[in-house]
Write a protein that binds this ligand. Structure first.
Ligand SMILES: C[S@@+](CC[C@H](N)C(=O)[O-])C[C@H]1O[C@@H](n2cnc3c(N)ncnc32)[C@H](O)[C@@H]1O
Length: 462
């Protein structure tokens, strides 16, 4: 591969070599000193894998272009890689690159059910399950729309689902994305530049020259001869690192939990609320990342303030800056109470609790570096974030409750929704969990009045 690259105009290969390293596996070693910011490698555009290159290939291009609607960027690159790998002659340069790709990947999409179970409850678990299904669907679609249409180009024994998953992992873990000045973006794989491993200590090191299309790598720090040269893949949480790259960083400071907020369209005042969400730059369904540094982003509270609005709140919210401030005491208390409850319930849904995982990791239950070990770290990171989010919501709730009591506002007393007896021993309505009863008789008696609100509350909770 290096000979092909040098003969085709790549610059800098004499200062670098591929080598094995104990912690990161195969990577790139400096053969001489580099100063931070120095250009250490340039791979000319003609040697990249891009959608354009795939479409311009005289054999592959017509097949790819016949697909309507067009294949995704990811699928185009994956098919191109598999196509080159399947050829017995020609494509020598690109094939020398494909031959250097790892034989297998440890992305979570390849985990066994037992390995994935270690992070049950984590967003990685759900996303991986959904992704596995989506990949199977996409593969079937690809077979029907393109592969079986051109049996001479795509022998199916070299384009199995397993090959497709492998090629997708090659794209996820090695492709780079660049935004262009016209607003479009380009995704490319650059041979040899894709041999560099990640370090959070390195800086952003890639430079894409939009006029020539060449890709350069700059030294992210000073290097001595013999050092491993790193690049920076981004500030990525472990659940994403494991899914896309197949590795994790223990104690990753970028760990996060992707909180999905959704409201049923039949919830009361849905259309009005939808307008308010839009005004706040949100949507009726949105995913918000809770992070270690910001476990309860403002947008979570803004979303919930709107979700919990009642008729009287709705009149005043229109005058406020899209739920930036507290709308009313009762709304704020409801928002924070429901948040504390929801986060507690998310934490309760993890298959293995934080403390247990910490103990298991400390006592070596999971072999270090293995899939289950990586899944355990992901679960640990997500639970740490959720615990911080819960603590923050509890603190905010305590503040709001004490401020409200100073204003003379008190939360509604806990009493039976039918006979108003209370507080005493009350039981929650099992469906909406929003009202209480002193006993079964009162619950049955109240059902006719409560039915509609119960349904609305359940749908509002999503
Ligand atoms: C762009 S490739 C880098 C070259 C790759 N190591 C190889 O042998 O082809 C990205 C892959 O390298 C590995 N990798 C990169 N940085 C790593 C790190 N800090 N720790 C462990 N593995 C890493 C992961 O397997 C990842 O999917």
């Amino acid at each position: 591969m290096e000979t092909w690259l040098e003969e085709s105009g790549a610059v800098g290969l004499d200062g670098l070599e591929v080598a094995d390293f104990p912690l990161t596996g195969r990577g790139v070693k400096a053969r001489r000193r580099f100063k931070q910011g120095e250009r250490i490698l340039t791979i000319p555009s003609g040697l990249h894998w891009t959608v354009k290159h795939a479409q311009n290939d005289s054999l592959l291009g017509p097949a790819l272009c016949s697909a309507q609607p067009p294949l995704s960027v990811e699928d185009t690159l994956a098919v191109h890689i598999l196509f080159v790998r399947s050829r017995e002659s020609g494509y020598d340069g690109l094939r020398s690159h494909v031959e250097r790709l790892p034989a297998s990947y440890s992305s979570s999409i390849f985990f066994t059910d037992d390995e994935l179970e270690v992070c049950a409850g984590a967003s990685l678990y759900t996303i991986t399950k959904q992704l596995q299904q989506r990949i199977e669907d996409d593969y079937r679609d690809l077979v029907v729309r393109v592969l079986v249409q051109y049996p001479d180009l795509f022998p199916l024994d070299k384009f199995t689902l397993h090959h497709y998953k492998w090629a997708l992992c090659a794209v996820w873990s090695r492709a780079m994305d660049f935004q262009l000045s016209d607003g479009s973006s380009i995704r490319l794989l650059a041979p040899f530049a894709d041999m560099l491993n990640h370090s959070s200590e390195s800086k952003q090191c890639h430079v894409y020259d939009a006029s020539s299309g060449d890709l350069s790598v700059l030294a992210g720090k000073d290097y001595e001869a013999g050092d491993q040269v790193y690049i920076h893949y981004g500030s990525i949480p472990n659940h994403r690192l494991l899914r896309l790259y197949g590795f994790i960083i223990p104690g990753n400071p970028n760990d996060s939990y992707d909180l999905v907020l959704a409201t049923h369209p039949l919830a009361p005042f849905f259309e009005q609320k939808q307008k308010l969400w839009a005004l706040a730059g949100l949507d009726s369904t949105c995913t918000i990342s809770l992070t270690l540094t910001d476990p309860l982003p403002k947008n979570v509270i803004r979303y919930l303030r709107i979700q919990r609005l009642d008729e009287s709140d709705l009149a005043s919210i229109a005058l406020r800056q899209a739920a930036d401030e507290k709308i009313s005491n009762s709304n704020e208390v409801q928002v924070l109470q429901s948040l504390v409850e929801s986060v507690a319930s998310l934490l309760g849904s993890f298959g293995t609790r934080l403390e247990k995982l910490e103990e298991q990791l400390a006592t070596g239950v999971y072999p270090v570096g293995g899939n289950a070990w990586a899944a355990a770290h992901v679960s640990l990171g997500e639970q740490r974030v959720l615990k911080l989010a819960k603590k923050k919501a509890e603190d905010l709730l305590a503040t709001v409750e004490s401020e409200s009591s100073k204003d003379g506002w008190l939360p509604a007393p806990v009493q039976c929704a039918n006979c108003e007896k209370g507080p005493g021993q009350l039981m929650l309505c099992g469906r909406c969990k929003a009202v209480m009863y002193c006993g079964r008789a009162c619950q049955v008696a109240h059902f006719k009045d409560h039915k509609a609100t119960c349904r609305a509350t359940v749908s509002q909770k999503g």
